[in-house]
Design a binder for this molecule. Structure first.
Ligand code: NAD
Length: 309
């Protein structure tokens, strides 16, 4: 199968390695010069559970793509997706597109460039870390939960899912992926946002005396927005998952990606987390003051980071 991976950072590279292991043809598509050059000259270096592997791969800038793929896997951050799709232009044509990026709103972004009949969306529990251009490290295993949102490409989708499973990516298909995406985004809207603001790890957040009040302030508003949008959402399930992750044997020692983005002076995905729920809540006349405030605080931190540059 011929697969383009658009956004070839930590996650795009991990998925490429898995798909290359199973003899798929994979093309890396990225806008970062050093990354594209390193991939073409030295291949992809992957430290997989302590063992270093290398894969040769062709890498292109989005504007240079003029070939057809069975699937394009979109793996930029949520706020970078629109620009990536704009730069890919006509090359996405009628191609099947899969987005697994965090946050809500990615499907709407893709619908600005392609028909719903081409879109697969979901979430993933795989994780990976970018070491430098052309180089990642990852440990452990993961899974994907996705749904095809169109109607006319079921046979092609079945082929793609079978190939991803044969490559060890552990795909299950959902009947209500929007609920799955909202649940993960609500989880991230608590832990990513508070760890970013409080400069703490997941486990340290779990030790805070007022942690239930802080979690409820975000999740109660999201519950109301979900009800207004008729999205199935269970606040207690999100809280239970959060509480599990406080354990150092789970994610307790982990600093969420939004914390890492802030500490490296990068923009965050906040407008696709609390910011997305706040905007939608305002549209419905729901009180979303807490999510609005948290969004503004993260934007303020991004602005202050810019001053330091
Ligand atoms: P990343 O920053 O490592 O990779 C993004 C890549 O996209 C970069 O290589 C960047 O150069 C490229 N890019 C960005 N904008 C571009 C543009 N306009 N044109 C061309 N290239 C562009 O991000 P990541 O960690 O791989 O995360 C991708 C998504 O997956 C995010 O939504 C993230 O929240 C989610 N996610 C990440 C992990 C993880 O462990 N890293 C786990 C689960 C979900």
């Amino acid at each position: 199968m011929k697969i383009g991976i658009a956004g070839f950072g930590a996650m795009g590279s991990l998925f490429a390695a898995k798909l290359l292991e199973h003899n798929n043809e994979v093309v890396a598509i990225d806008g970062w010069d050093q990354n594209v050059n390193t991939l073409n000259e030295k291949g992809l270096t992957f430290e997989d559970n302590g063992e270093t592997k290398n894969y040769s791969i062709k890498a292109l800038f989005p504007k240079d793509v003029n070939e057809k793929f069975d699937l394009i896997l979109l793996f930029t951050k949520a706020m970078q997706l629109d620009e990536m799709l704009t730069n890919l232009g006509d090359s996405i044509d009628d191609t099947l597109l899969l987005v697994l990026a965090n946050g809500v709103g990615n499907v709407e972004t893709i619908e600005g460039h392609s028909s719903r009949d081409n879109i697969m969306a979901g979430t993933t529990l795989w994780s990976s870390e970018l070491v430098g251009p052309g180089s990642i490290k990852a440990s452990g295993t993961g899974s994907i939960n996705l749904q095809y949102l169109g109607t006319s490409k079921d046979a092609k989708v079945a082929e793609v899912v079978a190939e991803m499973n044969a490559s060890g990516l552990n795909v299950t298909q959902s009947n209500d992926v929007i609920s799955v995406i909202w649940t993960k985004a609500a989880f991230n809207s608590v832990i990513n946002t508070y760890c970013g603001i409080l400069d703490c790890s997941v486990g340290q957040f779990g030790t805070i005396k007022d942690r239930d009040f802080l979690m409820d302030s975000v999740l109660d508003e999201i519950s109301e927005v979900a009800a207004a949008e008729k999205v199935e959402f269970h606040k207690e399930k999100v809280k239970a998952t959060l509480e599990e992750q406080f354990d150092p044997k789970k994610s307790g020692n982990h600093y969420p990606s939004l914390h890492q983005d802030l500490s490296k002076g990068r923009k965050t995905e906040i407008d696709f987390l609390n910011g997305y729920f706040a905007k939608l809540g305002e549209k419905h006349g729901i009180n979303v003051d807490d999510n609005s405030l948290l969004t503004s605080i993260i934007h303020a931190k991004e602005d202050l980071n810019e001053l330091k540059k």
